[in-house]
Design a protein around this ligand. Sequence first.
Ligand code: GLC
Length: 601
Amino acid sequence: MAHLFKLIVTLLCLGLQCGLGQAAAVDLESASSSSSSEATRDWWQVAQFYQIYPRSFKDSNGDGIGDLQGIISKLDYLKDLGVTATWLSPIYTSPMADFGYDIADFFDIQAEYGTLKDFDELIAAANERGLKIILDFVPNHSSDENVWFEKSVRREKGYEDYYVWHDGYLNATTGQREPPSNWLQAFRGSAWEWNEQRAQYYLHQFAVKQPDLNYRNPAVVAQMKRVLTYWLDRGVAGFRIDAVPWCFEVVPDAQGRYPDEPLSGYTDDPDDSSYLKHIYTQDLPETVDMVYQWRQLLDDHKRIHGGDTRVLMVETYSGLDYVMEFYGNRTTKGAQIPFNFQFIVGGEGDKNNTQLNAVGFVKIINSWLSQMPAGQTANWVMGNHDQRRVGSRYGEDRIDLMNMLQMFLPGVSITYQGEELGMTDLDISWEDTRDPAACNSNENIYEQFTRDPARTPFQWSSEQNAGFSSNSTTWLPINPNYLTVNVETESAANTSHLKLYKLLVQLRQSKTLQYGATRCAAVNDNVVAIKRSLSGQPTYVLVANVLGTSVSGVDVASVLYASGSYKITLLNPQAQAAVGDSVTLSSLSLPPYAALIVESV
Ligand code: GLC
């Protein structure tokens, strides 16, 4: 039996298919992280990033809505957590049709959240603690309440083509006016809206109140660069760029026609955006070039004003070939962090990945590492404000395991607020639903679209409203599990998601995890094994049983070439062992969902 297992392992190491499908062990030494040496590694390459959703982080003035002073009051929490930089979902003036992703004034702060003075105070308070602030940059659209749109509606000089306008067509049979093309918005229904005053349709690839800016107009390109410069001048360390694939659309033909998009065949629901293949409205090459121009602007800002490298994070759920282009090419630099959403979109068949086995996990990991261009840095995003929470997708038993994976893998780690506590989704009634993606549907189907469950207020303590707000109500309801899932309780407990998270962040500072090579394998359907090694430093191995069945006699040592003695450094409670215990990597027994990080001795 032992011989047979060894043979299988050998075949796996040779990368051959042999019953365990994708289970091949893969060395990722060259692809796993930047080729830069330890001495030249830039701050962001070893950073711990943390996403704040300001509306739900901390309310300082008792109106039930989070705000900037709330964030300032919790900077010490972030510092204590080991965070290097935090990216904030939009804080700009907005009618909140899409909770800040509909910007009425790109140069000011939403009054509910505070003022520019509060913002400057936030930057200063963050700087004092060595924390960096990154803002969400929403280039694709503005609010229809933005003065640019109002001027465009009135065809004011210089603003006529700020947005994408079209007459549409008169249907000769019905006499009715019809939109210029069949394009659909991300939030259900036509992407074209008739504007009475201008007597034309405008394009909105998101909600009706989010008109698309026209990137074919150089004045728009220049204006958005002014936005970047304005916030860089106020001290931000970079930007997360929103909804990037949508920036450019195809140019109309000689008759001024926009082409219809073909049917995708994925759904019969003609209002659902996935009804069409978005070949004319998403993933255009011009968009990649635009991101390169923004990178140039950030680098120029640093050259002129000094300070640390400013970073760009790109939000795109596109195919990996397109995503990888954002890193840049031989001659031009792109974004340092095109978000790696493989743990969100990379499952097979099972949208929530609740049943994902070890082979599936390794496939997800390798998909990024094997396609990333040489010399770039990987990043790992497990969730964000648009997705179900990790514990509600992968299962609550795998919360620690997912945090362990995220911190153990090479490159940048990005945590959405509350994942360090193991916060989970809250089912929200139709009456309490606020997200336009859900409100644009109906009471029967809204749960397929809603993003509210992952946006509930942060759980600070077991006090009223989880210590988030002193108001009697909060903008979204609080998850009742706050009584146990909160910072205060988890800090006081002997073991908790939060305590493990902090230890993981500390371990991530080790030279091995920051600069070491990576070898990753699915040993069988249950067990993911990853080795991180660096000459002259301790070797670490992560072993995780990702399924709900126990396994025994598992040989992790052979597949990872991890000989020698190991002891446990960190573990989840399911592992039923203790820090310091010796482990035999050639014959491991693992209870369901057990995850261990062991260190060579
Ligand atoms: C991005 C944001 C999402 C928003 C959309 C439109 O996907 O993350 O929250 O609704 O862009 O701006």
